[in-house]
Design a protein around this ligand. Structure first.
Ligand code: SF4
Length: 80
């Protein structure tokens, strides 16, 4: 069965996604947020439950890839 037929895409989930965990506190490789890198901060987070969705966040892809469109805004963004 094709993967697209096995995976439901369900709208409106609450979630917390970021690329800000200290490297010495996690056991997996983690890329750096390009916006945090440009600003010299760790404050930008992709999607935080009940708080915000980064304007550059373009979703996630199996299994744990953030789809980031920095420095271009997400053209499909519904909310500001
Ligand atoms: S979507 Fe991109 S720019 Fe926004 S917080 Fe995530 S990695 Fe950083």
């Amino acid at each position: 069965m094709p993967l697209d037929d096995m995976i439901r895409k369900l709208d409106g989930a609450n979630m917390d996604i970021d690329l800000t965990a200290p490297a010495d506190q996690i056991v997996w490789d983690q890329d750096t947020c390009p916006w945090n890198e440009a600003d010299g901060t760790g404050g930008h987070r992709c999607a935080v439950k009940d708080v915000s969705i980064c304007p550059y966040f373009c979703g996630v892809e199996f299994m744990d890839f953030v789809l980031c469109c920095y420095p271009n805004g997400n053209p499909l963004r519904r909310r500001t």
